[in-house]
Design a protein around this ligand. Structure first.
Ligand SMILES: NC(=O)c1ccc[n+]([C@@H]2O[C@H](COP(=O)([O-])OP(=O)(O)OC[C@H]3O[C@@H](n4cnc5c(N)ncnc54)[C@H](OP(=O)(O)O)[C@@H]3O)[C@@H](O)[C@H]2O)c1
Length: 292
């Protein structure tokens, strides 16, 4: 039985990855910072992992002394470890780059056979964003290292739009620009299947999105329909959004980086190869039950 280390195991994608590796017969070690978090379900219906994983390894990838044995006995590694929102302690380079480098260095010493890493789709169009720069710096190191690797390049996850139904119920929704840019977001369970396929296949880079393409406008309309609400829709012109991003940057560069990601995405079509079966309508219906 192959032994896999899942890093980022308490995240939205990491939880589904733990589940999918188990479904395919792997022995799974989950790297988590907080064992209690592993016992709780994750955001937007992602499963609790403490009863699914074979071993919970408590450690923090940004603190090498806490993970020195994490690769012992491991055959392959999957990492969706990364910082998607500022924690006001670490930078993206501390987590996405250095955290993953710390794991890679241990993997090389432990003769791990393969490392599958999650970056972003169309990174080359978003290299102005520190989060993407940090991901791609690690990608270059991984691809140059003496280990088999695969890079997953996903579109946005359903978890990023899980708030839409709640926002519709609150009475107003804001979007940047005209809202006509297209994207195909993906459910964590569908993406986890693609990630495990990549572990078992030979492709070195895998671009992936969900089965349906929407404009931002259409996603908002769908959320409003499901919420049964008619919120005020407030478009924010690009020049206003860009000005706000720059202003925020004067006070807090970390928040600026997240806002920059959002404004960059709202200016371009991001449609990646379609995978999976989970429909946004069903996900939004499920979100409606959250009652927030
Ligand atoms: N979300 C999207 O739409 C999207 C789209 C494309 C690519 N991606 C990339 O896919 C990856 C996974 O995304 P996700 O949505 O599953 O993220 P997530 O839910 O935030 O999970 C991130 C994981 O990284 C860990 N982590 C975060 N900050 C850390 C730190 N300072 N030190 C140690 N560990 C830390 C988290 O641990 P804790 O649970 O302990 O916080 C968690 O296990 C990320 O690298 C992201 O950039 C995401």
């Amino acid at each position: 039985m192959k032994k896999v280390l899942v890093a980022g195991a308490t995240g939205y994608l990491g939880r589904y990855a733990v589940q999918e590796f188990k479904n395919r017969g792997y022995w799974v070690r989950a790297l988590v910072r907080n064992a209690e978090k592993a016992k709780q379900p994750g955001p937007y219906f992602a499963p609790a992992i403490d009863t699914i994983a074979d071993e919970i390894f408590v450690g923090d990838a940004t603190k090498p002394e806490t993970i020195s044995e994490v690769c012992n006995g491991i055959d392959v590694i999957f990492s969706s470890l990364g910082m998607i929102k500022p924690d006001f302690v670490h930078s993206n380079f501390d987590v996405d780059y250095q955290g993953n480098m710390n794991i890679l260095n241990l993997a090389l010493k432990a003769n791990v056979k393969k490392f599958v890493y999650v970056s972003v789709f169309d990174a080359h169009r978003m290299m102005n964003i520190p989060n993407v720069q940090a991901h791609e710096k690690f990608v270059r190191e991984l691809q140059a290292a003496k280990i088999e690797s695969a890079i997953i390049r996903p579109n946005g996850f359903f978890s990023e739009i899980g708030q839409f139904v709640a926002r519709a119920k609150r009475g107003y929704m804001i979007w940047v620009g005209d809202g006509y840019q297209r994207q195909n977001p993906i459910h964590g369970a569908d993406l986890a299947k693609v990630c495990v396929d990549a572990m078992e296949g030979t492709e070195r880079e895998v671009e992936v999105g969900g089965p349906e393409v929407f404009t931002y406008h259409e996603m908002v309309d769908l959320a409003c329909e499901i919420a049964g609400a008619k919120p005020a829709l407030i478009p924010l012109p690009f020049w206003v959004a860009d000005g706000l991003v720059n202003m925020v940057g004067l006070f807090n560069p970390d928040v600026r980086d997240v806002a920059l990601f959002a404004t960059t995405l709202s200016k371009i079509d991001i449609v990646s190869p379609k995978h999976g079966t989970h429909r946004l309508r069903d996900f939004f219906e499920q979100c409606k039950t959250l009652g927030n």
